[in-house]
Design a protein. Structure first.
Length: 144
């Protein structure tokens, strides 16, 4: 019995500190994506953790992949935006910055289009569990 105790304890301890689980990663990434855009813009599917590497104690660099399924196209958003355009001191250019940012990130997407994405994120162990950490800008990139 004793000869099995030490290996089992080591496996258990290793499993407890094997980095963030896929569920924690997916919930954090999904929450971040939805916070950065309108929740009615797209759905997220086919989420997968492609790799994770511990860079420091309790800090992991995680590579994820997922599909974005757009509910509205960029052209539809432009029409809706033009209807709501307010001519004030800010001016129309600054009001269109949100649409320009969406086009920069996702290209000229259409309603119903699926777009594969890969992203590297940083996860950090905190007292509240695993959380996104952003030491620099994270980059979204179309999957090849």
């Amino acid at each position: 019995m004793k000869k099995w105790f030490i290996p089992l304890l080591a496996c258990w301890l290793y499993g407890c500190d094997a980095g963030p689980g896929e569920e924690a990663i997916q919930s954090q990434v999904t929450a971040k994506l939805q916070a950065d855009t309108d929740t009615n813009l797209f759905d997220i599917s086919d989420f997968a953790v492609l790799g994770k590497e511990e860079r420091m104690e309790g800090v992991y660099l995680v590579r994820v992949g997922y599909q974005l399924h757009f509910k509205q196209g960029l052209e539809q958003l432009q029409i809706l935006h033009d209807e709501d355009l307010i001519y004030d001191r800010v001016g129309p250019f600054q009001q269109e910055m949100g649409l320009m940012e969406l086009e920069r990130k996702y290209g000229e997407f259409e309603a119903g289009q699926a777009l594969a994405q890969e992203r590297e994120i940083w996860m950090m162990k905190t007292e509240q569990g695993w959380r996104l950490a952003e030491p620099g800008q994270t980059q979204d990139s179309p999957a090849s």
